[in-house]
Design a protein around this ligand. Structure first.
Ligand code: FDA
Length: 310
């Protein structure tokens, strides 16, 4: 695919190449009542020097969030910090960043990559908690068969300190370990949302899909949860700084803005995922290769813009 075309398309979904681009986008979207999570583009790396680059760049991100008084946390990919190259050093890098973030009362989300690193990513999160770094949470993917068991296991270890992002999962995983059709993926994701809410965890629902968002709203209502209400769950922890009352909705930059603005107008906490960085081309191409349906969604957004406004 020509680079100019990918660049043109990704302008909507990527804040820019520089941190200052991401700051500008967040300042603009703050006016829509959104809060944010920032992702420096890049993932599986080939040298530990690259891991150092990510660590240093994320330190700059923390400083920019503080200097510009932005309501934002961080999303990191453990493999970008070296987890698959040198586990010990990768863990050390992640710990350094999470400690720095903790100093500012800032939360760090571990994005979930493909099934090769599911267990490792959960383990990194649990290790951080064991070290007293409770400002870290993981992403779980509804499409994976294992996810309900993971929720149960994490509940036993962390109780109300568990803080999730739940999404369908972007990677097309083998059918031996995951659902592969749309309806079963939606149903499984919704079951995970219920299990997380019942476990007293903080739940960030990351979806632009009506059956997931509508299910979440009904699930919240049936538990007495919702906008402008304190979390009534007996097994939930105390309120969290810069977060919703036990839950929030999360969406990608440039995707289904009207849905996000409607949820925000109803009082729900809405968080926008803001990717930026020099690696925008690799990021866009990799996402397309991993899941070609994104190409269809992007094409639809251009040809039928009323179906998906930024
Ligand atoms: P669905 O794919 O049905 O999308 C509903 C509609 O939203 C589409 O019809 C289209 O209009 C629009 N849309 C959705 N995604 C789009 C896109 N990329 N570009 C253009 N339009 C799009 N996955 C993962 O494996 N690990 C992770 O850590 C994360 N993190 C993450 C954070 C946040 C904030 C979000 C919103 C999503 C993720 N994901 C993720 C991706 C997630 O797993 C899933 O692949 C996408 O959200 C698409 O699924 P939906 O539930 O949105 O439904």
């Amino acid at each position: 695919m020509p680079k100019w075309f990918v660049g043109w398309v990704s302008r909507r979904y990527v804040a820019g190449t520089k941190l200052s681009d991401a700051v500008k986008v967040m300042q603009r979207l703050s006016k829509e009542g959104a809060c944010f999570t920032i992702d420096v583009l890049g993932e599986e790396i080939t040298s530990m020097e690259e891991a150092t680059f990510f660590l240093e760049e994320y330190k700059r991100v923390i400083s920019a969030i503080i200097e510009n008084d932005l309501d934002s946390n961080l999303s990191i990919k453990p493999t970008a910090f070296g987890l698959l190259l040198d586990r010990e050093k990768g863990m050390e890098n992640i710990e350094t960043l999470v400690k720095m973030a903790q100093g500012y009362d800032m939360f760090v989300r571990l994005d979930m990559e493909d099934h090769r690193v599911t267990e490792d990513t959960i383990q990194v999160m649990l290790d951080m908690h064991q070290k007293g770094l409770t400002n870290v949470g993981v992403v779980l993917q509804g499409r994976l068969f294992r996810t309900l068991d993971d929720i149960e296991r994490i509940k036993e270890i962390l109780g109300p300190n568990a803080d999730y992002r739940i999404c369908k999962g972007i990677y097309l995983e083998p059918e031996e370990i995951s659902h592969t059709d749309r309806k079963p993926i939606i149903d499984a994701t919704n079951k995970c949302i219920d299990a997380m809410l019942d476990a007293g965890a903080y739940v960030g629902v990351a979806s632009h899909d009506y059956p997931v968002v509508n299910h979440t709203i009904a699930a919240l209502e049936s538990r007495g949860m919702g906008p402008n209400k304190s979390d009534p769950r007996k097994n939930a922890g105390p309120p969290r700084k810069q977060k919703g009352p036990g839950y929030e909705f999360q969406m990608l930059l440039g995707v289904r803005g009207p849905m996000r603005r409607k949820l925000a107008a109803q009082g729900h906490t809405t968080r926008v995922y803001i990717p930026y960085g020099e690696k925008w081309y690799e990021y866009s191409i990799r996402r397309l290769q991993e899941n070609p349906t994104i190409g269809t969604q992007v094409a639809k957004a251009f040809l039928m813009p009323w179906t998906n406004r930024p």
